[in-house]
Design a protein around this ligand. Structure first.
Ligand code: ATP
Length: 354
């Protein structure tokens, strides 16, 4: 097997007594797009800054392209970086901002002009080349920041919440532009985000972080369909968690039907059944299923979201259900129904405070 492009080994970082990174190990292949995803304070930015050399770790190693870069200062590392705040030079035009790093590389004027034009063209801002950052939109400024980082042809692109200051529409648009550009250039990319939808749409693999550790790494599909813990299940996408009655080491119960457990559970422990809202379907109340009452129906255009109160052996429990709008039946609040889902849509987790 070829060696990974970026190999992070047993990284630890303290700020005083607080441990921000705990034994982080991660291998990233050449050309991969990886997202560090997690709630505020979980260590995403600290890990990115360690890779850039902006903060040195207390222990552990970082290898890039077969070289140990652990102790190298940022200027001797091979990366381009884009931050949340655009960080452009306000007194330089769009073209001059892109040219800035290239000028320091001693490229002749003709080649420099060609390179800048190439990048202006790639980010669709040729017409704005003589404008100043304050004269273009936030999305355009972020495109310039991206071009400036990429113009130096780095081996690694680091993106620290590059979209979070933008409004929803620009954000979605720029997200697909970044992905298209990354694939076209084949550049290994790491993006920090706390937005799970962003990570699911853009990444080849997502590293989900919690309290300074990587709790799961996998493709968006793996993370979404096979979350490794209750935290991942609740952080990525919507998830219903229902308290179950533990019957014995192999069976739990939500209604009258026992559910078989793949793995042995300790009798008496609190187990929760986790089901995605879109895995649930509704049937009329005389059909077999978990009896429930619809409390609220929200129209979402292509889909509808229902809040249902299910009658379970553990008492009434609230469930979110998402139905496509071509489902036919007109469900309204106050109606009784049966809730159904395939067996393989269920996962079991030990209960925790939500
Ligand atoms: P956010 O999404 O809010 O930026 P994050 O996951 O990127 O969060 P980090 O910025 O990596 O989190 O911070 C992780 C933890 O380390 C936080 O609790 C933060 O307060 C702490 N921390 C980060 N930098 C420093 C610092 N220079 N000095 C002290 N504590 C720090």
């Amino acid at each position: 097997m070829s060696q990974p492009y970026l190999d992070i080994k047993h990284l630890n970082k303290h700020f005083g007594a607080f441990q921000a990174l705990k034994d982080i190990s991660l291998s990233i292949e050449q050309g991969e797009f990886i997202c560090f995803l997690g709630p505020s304070g979980c260590g995403k930015t600290t890990l990115l800054r360690a890779i850039a050399g902006l903060d040195l770790p207390d222990s552990g190693q970082i290898w890039q392209g077969g070289h140990d870069i652990s102790q190298l200062p940022p200027q001797r590392r091979d990366f381009g970086i884009v931050f949340q705040s655009y960080a452009l030079f306000p007194n330089l035009t769009v073209a001059e901002n892109i040219a800035f790093g290239l000028q320091n590389q001693g490229i002749n004027n003709k080649a420099l002009k060609e390179r800048v034009e190439h990048w202006l063209n790639l980010i669709g801002l040729s017409a704005q080349s003589h404008q100043y950052p304050s004269q273009i939109s936030g999305g355009q400024q972020q495109r310039v920041a991206l071009a400036r980082a990429l113009a130096l042809s780095p081996g690694l692109l680091l993106l620290d919440e590059p979209l979070s200051a933008l409004d929803a529409l620009v954000r979605t648009h720029l997200r697909s532009e970044i992905r298209a550009l990354q694939q076209r250039l084949g550049i290994t990319t790491i993006m920090v985000t706390h937005d799970q939808e962003e990570a699911l749409t853009i990444a080849d693999r997502i590293a989900v972080m919690e309290h300074g550790t990587i709790v799961q790494i996998g493709t968006p599909q793996e993370i979404y369909h096979h979350p490794a813990s209750r935290f991942v299940a609740s952080f990525v996408g919507n998830m219903n968690f229902l308290d179950t009655l533990v019957l014995n080491a192999h069976q739990v119960r939500l209604d009258q039907h026992p559910l078989q457990l793949a793995n042995q559970a300790a009798t008496g422990s609190t187990l929760q059944v986790a089901i995605r809202p879109e895995a649930i379907s509704l049937a009329s109340p005389e059909q077999p299923g978990l009896p429930a009452r619809i409390e609220q129906v929200e129209f979402l255009g292509s889909a509808q979201r229902l809040i249902c109160i299910a009658e379970t052996v553990m008492g009434p429990q609230r469930l979110l259900v998402q139905l496509s709008n071509d489902a036919g039946q007109d469900w309204r609040s106050g109606m009784a129904c049966s809730l159904l889902w395939p067996n393989n849509a269920m996962q079991l987790f030990y209960g925790e405070a939500a």
